[in-house]
Write a protein that binds this ligand. Structure first.
Ligand code: SIN
Length: 483
């Protein structure tokens, strides 16, 4: 076993201790690049979920009373530790998830930054004091921690999606139970021991890897003392979780699927648009809800854009994420690759042409090459479904109205990218695109200091920015009568 994996914790984390699951079951974690088993991890049971709830509920009152500065200092220390150990954290992530080391290093920095950001936000939880309109009374508005939270994190950003939830929960004074993705628990468990080292008290963070999400999620959401759910994952699972929150009316943040359009107008700086397209498409090998899903290009520049994008994507090296010079690692699983293969086959059957890539790489590991599809017809599934892989379907538009119609023709509304040098058009489209985020002449919107989140089937709630901590705070109003 690799030394870093050997040293990493592999048990549940309950009430400040790493422990085995009830009755001792475990499950295997594999490297998608080599298809080798990395290690076994404790498999959380419903009794463990109940223990996690008890620990989080017990720790909640003291934790909410802990001075904000102290909570912020723990996050700040965790940021320092993550920065010092970035190389090890990145290597572990590459092994269990597949992404290249360059991508993993970027994720560790991105993830750590949520801790630094929320360390600063912890001491800025404000309220207000006003005189009532009639003059007699006073209104005092304060913010209070919502209480114990359930945080469910995905496999595509095993650290950053954790810190984006844990950071504001710690800053606000909430305790929590984290359910990491089954495919990538080791990164989250490594983060857990680092947070304990940074001084997070027992019970504040409890971590429950499990092969059965429902087995651990149902007892947690079924307990009315748990007051909030934050979920990043598919829209389908999000809908089910919303149903599960209904009986106890827990607050929810839902960061769900995307289908990001990338619009290129004739007046765009084409070099910048191609660079932005590579960034937006290959974020995390395309396994990201903000990865550009479909490219809509103005007819006069479509051929040139496709040619240049083909050159860029076709020149990237594919291989095991730990190898030097590799830009594109494997997809996370065989199921994920099969889905990409299916969407490409559907598009080519309907007349699309692969100008680079387009067929799976045989051999060990779940590799799929960066692919550009030209002449993609409107009926192709790849324009409607989230690809989650390194495939760029290109289609054209006639004018601004046509571009906006095509961009908005989806149930999703997470992010859109827009390349133009016309300021008036940028503002018109910036306001007309029905998404929570718009990248204007940039292929990257993810930023710990900005509110990340979507509308429509992409969910609700915001993570990061000044908005991120609000999701973990309840507003309380005190009416003061004065004679
Ligand atoms: C996601 O894919 O779920 C999040 C991506 C990001 O934060 O950039």
């Amino acid at each position: 076993m690799n030394a870093l994996i050997e040293q990493a914790p592999k048990q549940l984390y309950l009430d400040g201790r790493f422990v085995d699951a009830t009755d001792g079951p475990s499950f295997g974690v594999d490297d998608p690049g080599s298809e080798q088993r990395l290690c076994d991890v404790a498999d959380g049971q419903s009794a463990d979920a109940q223990r996690a709830v008890e620990a989080a509920v017990r720790a909640q009152p003291d934790w909410a009373r802990t001075p904000p500065r102290q909570r912020g200092e723990i996050l700040r220390r965790a940021w320092e530790l993550m920065t010092e150990r970035a190389e090890d954290l990145a290597a572990v992530m590459t092994m269990e998830m597949g992404k290249s080391l360059t991508e993993s290093r970027a994720e560790v920095a991105y993830a750590a930054e949520f801790f630094r950001w929320f360390a600063e936000e912890a001491v800025r939880i404000d309220g207000r004091y006003t005189r009532s309109p009639a003059g007699g009374g006073r209104t005092i508005v304060t913010k209070q921690a919502v209480g114990p939270c359930l945080l469910i994190t995905p496999w595509n950003f095993p650290l950053a999606m954790g810190t984006r939830k844990i950071g504001p929960a710690v800053a606000a004074g909430c305790t929590m139970i984290v359910k990491p993705a089954q495919l990538t628990p080791i990164s989250m468990l490594s983060l857990t021991s680092l947070l304990a080292e940074a001084g997070l008290p027992p019970g504040v963070l409890n971590v429950l890897p499990s092969t059965s999400a429902s087995r651990v999620v149902e007892p947690v959401l079924g307990d009315e003392r748990v007051r909030k759910l934050s979920f990043t994952g598919s829209t389908e699972v999000g809908r089910e979780l919303v149903r599960q929150c209904a009986p106890n009316l827990q607050r929810m943040s839902m960061e769900l699927g995307g289908n990001a359009p990338f619009l290129v107008f004739s007046d765009a700086d084409l070099d910048a648009a191609v660079r932005g397209a590579v960034t937006a498409k290959l974020r995390n090998n395309g396994e990201s809800c903000v990865a550009a899903n479909r490219f809509h290009v103005a007819e006069p520049v479509a051929e040139e854009f496709t040619r240049r994008l083909t050159e860029e994507l076709g020149s990237l090296r594919v291989g095991h994420g730990l190898e030097d010079g590799v830009s594109v690692g494997p997809l996370v699983s065989i199921e994920q690759r099969d889905k990409v293969v299916e969407l490409v086959a559907d598009a080519t059957d309907r007349g699309a042409r692969a100008t680079t890539g387009g067929s799976t790489i045989e051999g060990t590991g779940f590799f799929y090459p960066p692919t550009v599809l030209a002449d993609v017809p409107p009926q192709a599934r790849i324009l409607r479904e989230e690809v989650f892989g390194p495939v760029a379907p290109v289609t054209t538009f006639r004018d601004e109205e046509d571009a906006l119609r095509q961009a908005n023709d989806t149930e999703f509304g997470l992010v859109a990218y827009l390349y133009t040098r016309d300021l008036e058009r940028a503002v018109r489209l910036g306001e007309g695109l029905r998404t929570g985020m718009v990248g204007l002449n940039t292929g990257l919107v993810s930023n710990p200091a900005a509110p990340f989140g979507g509308v429509k089937a992409s969910g609700f709630g915001r993570e990061g920015g000044a908005e991120g901590i609000e999701e973990y705070l309840d507003t309380r109003y005190l009416a003061v009568a004065l004679s």
